[in-house]
Design a protein around this ligand. Sequence first.
Ligand SMILES: [Zn+2]
Length: 87
Amino acid sequence: MLEITKESIEKAIEKARITKPKVKVLEFRRYAVTNKTTGANYEVKFYKISGKKFAECDCKATKICYHIGASIGAHIIEAEKMSRQTV
Ligand SMILES: [Zn+2]
């Protein structure tokens, strides 16, 4: 599990903008990311622990990867929907 920092996520989003993988919502906090070129599938999960944000991806990367960068946009939308439901 990797902590999401402003710097690490910005780099990942930047890389995702170039590679443009496909993101599918599996459930809240769980996303499937597909590399359109290779067809490879990865699963990204987001966690929030004592105010800190973490993410996990099942690719080989040991830092915040572009799969996480690609799915955080969808995650922010989903998180927004969830918070509206509970209000
Ligand atoms: Zn990844």
